[in-house]
Write a protein that binds this ligand. Sequence first.
Ligand SMILES: [Zn+2]
Length: 314
Amino acid sequence: MLVQILKRRQRMVLAQSLAFGVILALSRAQAAPCTQEALGVSRVLEVGASGGLQIGLKTYPRSLALVDHEIVLTFDDGPAAGTTPKVLDALAKECVRATFFLVGRNAEALPELVKREVADGHTVAHHTYSHPDATMRGLTDGAARADISRGFQADDLAAYGEATASPRVRFFRFPGFADTPELVNWLSTQNIAVFGADLWASDWTLMTADAERDLVLDRLDKEGRGIVLFHDTKQQTAAMLPSFLQELKKRGYKIVHIIPGSAPPPLRDAPAGWVSATEKIIAEVFARRRSQKPQSPGASPEEATPPAIVPAKP
Ligand SMILES: [Zn+2]
């Protein structure tokens, strides 16, 4: 009798284990595939930069030839322990792929997050090693080159466990968009694409997650397309991302995932009368530094704190 009870109990435990296993497998299966409900990636765009390439209308008079309602999501300054995992979770939930412009010393400190970015299918790009407050323009040409190269090495080592003389992904963004002709030429000789942005979330300015989401959606609706800049080091950005991505889907936006390639991408020229938005901001910031005067209370968010000139320091 006792033997029969034990055998029956064993069968029950086995049955329960099998049922649990099936449920677990189902839940994993449900979480893994990208369903039609998810925003997803509409197309993958190879970006080759043989001989150099500078794109992003805030800084350069040309950008990727995206069609109406196509956007490229980019995140700067990470990884950061408190926020990057939330950003990655939100992107994974919507089956979206983005490009992360890493700060080398952050990659060095948090290689597991960089490896997760690679494992999740994102593009891991570069944003200097130390992201100095003075930007690359505040360094000598030699010091700037050394910082950029060290960033390539640190990012690749974190991402792939090895670093060669040239970065695996030849995409770079200057901190604060503060380039120099010498550095742009030097990067061009290495076939490295320099990215600006077509629009940004202004997430260097403290605001609620809802306010940031509405601001960037308004800007997108006005521009219609473009390379969008966020910072995965910002709590408000991590917080707004799930509802932002859902709203993109509702409004008919399509995600373009950029990856390195050999062929140059189709480009579009800036409209007539184009001027650099970032050059004006950089000039103001450098002038303010020289005069050491406090910020004008009437300055717009971009003018008051330009992107990454007051960088996130997780
Ligand atoms: Zn930055």
